[in-house]
Design a protein around this ligand. Structure first.
Ligand SMILES: Cc1cc2nc3c(=O)[nH]c(=O)nc-3n(C[C@H](O)[C@H](O)[C@H](O)COP(=O)(O)OP(=O)(O)OC[C@H]3O[C@@H](n4cnc5c(N)ncnc54)[C@H](O)[C@@H]3O)c2cc1C
Length: 308
């Protein structure tokens, strides 16, 4: 009597990722409530948070830290205020489903992220986006726990959003407030379809991958062979650099640089996470040798810490 049930922890659990390779978690918890997330942080202050695994590569040995999976119903729901356009959603909410619901209800903005697989929390941490916009444009506040399990609410203005970064990775995001705007439903549906079509046409969405593997770098020096694109201060497409370095089709073990989109690294049947990591390093090395540009990884890699 009087003792609350602890959050259930599963030992030796797989970590589902879009790459479809890599190891699992020594311990994985699926909390239902913020209180249970706090318990997770008590169990392991270094715990890792799993979203949809769409930007994640786990090394073959897996990870020793407790993995917190926020895809339980307690973190997947949302409330949409049709009058104000305010949306309050759990961090584990499926971004595609949330976008679909907002479009149906005539709330515009998020459809810019159509085709980006993510939980809402993962999308905010990565500041996911693309040609049509970034999620930070719609964020009003983030509700989270810090590593001591203390609740924090951060207003948009205090969050250091930038290109594919938020500065929030140290927190466990539990929920997000968004602000969308009323729009004509038919026009919104049309735009949603157009963004999806654009994604389908430009990226191999069906292949296992984590989307773009590297961030688009800002050039610090002139690259004459890129013409106007190669001027210092310009952000260039990492895929274009990889392509121009003739790396499409480059293979290490079972991992290969996609022929469709050079910034997609794809593990084929039998590939390991080690193959993907080795291929990333090889791409980084060759792009640096060719253009003097150091590619920064967009994909998050979970490595096993030595001795664990
Ligand atoms: C086919 C494909 C296409 C893609 N296209 C795009 C694109 O166009 N634009 C784009 O930006 N990205 C794209 N991506 C990458 C991916 O969709 C995004 O990075 C997305 O935001 C990842 O969200 P996730 O929930 O899967 O996070 P995960 O991959 O599970 O995690 C990513 C990081 O976020 C952290 N995290 C996740 N949830 C939380 C939380 N609640 N609290 C704290 N930390 C958390 C994790 O610990 C990890 O560090 C694509 C991926 C694929 C597979």
């Amino acid at each position: 009597m009087g003792v609350l049930p602890r959050v259930p922890v599963t030992e030796r659990a797989p970590i589902p990722t879009w790459f479809g390779v890599g190891g699992g978690a020594d311990r994985l918890a699926r909390p239902e409530t913020p209180e249970q997330v706090r318990e997770c942080l008590e169990l392991d202050p270094e715990a890792k948070v799993l979203g949809d695994g769409a930007n994640l590569l786990v090394c073959d040995a897996g990870v020793a830290e407790l993995v917190i999976d926020l895809k339980n119903p307690g973190f997947r729901g949302w409330e949409i205020d049709d009058t104000t356009g305010e949306v309050r959603a759990g961090a584990g909410a499926d971004l595609a489903k949330l976008i679909g619901e907002c479009v149906r209800r005539g709330m515009g903005g998020l459809e810019a992220l159509a085709g980006v697989p993510a939980t809402l929390g993962g999308a905010v941490v990565m500041n996911a986006g693309g040609a049509f916009g970034e999620i930070c444009q719609f964020v009003r506040a983030v509700h989270a726990l810090d590593r001591q399990g203390r609740p924090v609410t951060l207003a948009r203005e205090t969050i250091d959003f930038g290109y594919r970064r938020s500065g929030l990775a140290g927190l466990v995001i539990l929920g997000v407030d968004l602000k969308l705007k009323h729009e004509d439903r038919a026009a919104l549906r049309q735009r949603h379809l157009e963004v999806m079509d654009y994604k389908r046409g430009s990226q191999p969405l069906k292949a296992n991958s984590a989307g773009c593997c590297f961030k688009n770098p800002t050039l610090t020096h002139d690259i004459p062979e890129l013409g106007e694109l190669g001027a210092p201060g310009k952000r260039v497409s990492a895929g274009m650099l990889i392509d121009r370095a003739a790396l499409k089709g480059l293979r290490v073990g079972g991992a290969v640089v996609s022929d469709r989109h050079a910034n997609f690294l794809v593990p084929e049947d039998g590939a390991t996470a080690t193959d993907v990591i080795s291929l990333m390093r090889e791409v980084e090395r060759r792009v640096h040798d060719r253009f003097g540009v150091r590619l920064e990884r967009e994909v998050v890699v979970w490595e096993r810490r030595a001795g664990t």
